[in-house]
Write a protein that binds this ligand. Sequence first.
Ligand code: G6P
Length: 615
Amino acid sequence: MCGIVGYIGYREAYPIVIKGLERLEYRGYDSAGVALYDGEEVHICKTKGKVSDLKEKVEGAVAITGALGLGHTRWATHGVPNDVNSHPHQSNSGDIVIIHNGIIENYASIKQELTKRGYVFHSDTDTEVLANLIEEVMKIEGVKLGKAVQIALKEVVGAYAIAVFDKKKPDEIVVARLGSPLAIGIGKDEYFIGSDASPFIEYTSNAIYLEDEEMAIIRIGREVRVRSINDDEQIDINIQNLKISLEQIEKKGYDHFMLKEIYEQPSAILDTFRGRLLPNEGIIKMSGIEDNLSKFTGANRIIVIACGTSWHAGLVAEYLFEDIARIPVEVEYASEFRYRNPVIKRDDVVIAISQSGETADTLAAIKLAKSMGAFVFGVCNVVGSSIARETNAGAYTHAGPEIGVASTKAFTTQITVLTLIALRLANAKGTLSTSDYKKCLFDLEAIPKRVDEVLEVNNQIIEIANNYSNVSNCLYLGRKYNFPVALEGALKLKEISYIHAEGYPAAEMKHGPIALIDEQMPVVVIATKKGNYEKIVSNIQEIKSRNGRIIAIVTQGDTMIKEMADFAVEIPETSEFLTPLVATIPLQLLSYHIAVMRGCNVDQPRNLAKSVTVE
Ligand code: G6P
């Protein structure tokens, strides 16, 4: 949930660290800080607020130089966001400097013990406790930093990615990970640290991704040494060649990452099925599925586990797998699944969906399902992420880095992968005729073009947003495949514009939400031609007769609903099972423009984080 950055080498550390923090700000943005060692002293500057506030504070103060630096951008877990609770933290002597992403669950008992031994604490954080624990271990055991970190971490219960240095030995940074990601960039005579590789991609494309329960000693003039925290074994280092480019993570002229990512969807969807979808041959090629085909075709049921927007993609999967491949599906919030003693059988297949591949609840639910004998298949965007590694097999989405906190292209590419899987299974099980199957493949192949076309509604959406940017509530309705779209549309609006919004199956409106409808209440109805059209027309009439205002998403050429609605957004026609890929786009744009008009911080909405690595 926090972002950590570090540098040790021969360049000025500050510009690298601060740029890295800007790139990691999607992980948390309630406070930020840097620590720099100038050859004599450690200078720490931290502040409540964003990285831009930190920059102002640092750059307004005495210039700090030094080739060793750590930086942190925080999403608070222990202690309110304020200057003191911000990272980096120091031990009582000031020698040990640490940044931390995660939670130390037993910090209170360690703090009590250290207090008895005379330590004083200035912040409310668990991280300051860890800094002092490391200092105490060094003192009592007479060991150097690396060993002290290892001993301290063995006492700790919780999750962490940490980077720490000792002012008395400034040629070295020690890092460790359990449950939170950590990457080490390997340069020539220099090393970089990041929660992901984005802080250092312009400097090196070689990186080591630490595994859980591993630590590394990064020392200038020597190869990185990785060892296991618990059994002290040296581990062979695995240097990976990074595939992401700087261009991919920059805004490319768009005002916000979210808008850029909305517009990237045609190419992201294409990248996701490229080489996998071969309509002319009538083939879907996905090695993760082929290698485990009998597990899927013989599955008693599929259980989907995910959180947030990924859970909505899971709901689309429920319709897809049941409709096309005739496999029963249950969709679970990972956080509920893991704590409710679920019944899992050996012939259950679990699909875990996660953009980041780091969501703590999803990861824990995967571990639980595996321990109960289920085969777990991952659908992740971030290559090499914890979930990608923890699952038995999987398929990546190829959305590219998603920086905007509100998920857009990750959602449509997740649906793309799930559609490919559903179609492959339908083909293997013979639940679709050969001609229907082939038609589906061609229809999917045409989706990037359809998404390109639907993006042309942007100006109309701006006009609609102008009319509704001041509302307090909004209802989203859809049926069948469009029900998850309604949920996702509502989530987007509340996430970034702070307007209360609810998604509902259209027919359920009569069982509650209809009571809310009056002339102040906009109702977004996804009313495409296929999928219970007549029924949804009746629902629209019910809203009209209660003076509700209707924004309808309709199929191109629709006349009936256009007459009833206050605004009708036409989207291109496609097969019913592919509608979510097209119908979602205007809803993303609507929430985006409303949020901009309300002056909200679109890419960094309050209280949210891109990657939720705490329960
Ligand atoms: C956070 C993000 C959402 C995301 C959810 C699940 O809440 O803000 O955009 O959908 O986590 O994340 P995941 O990385 O597992 O898809």
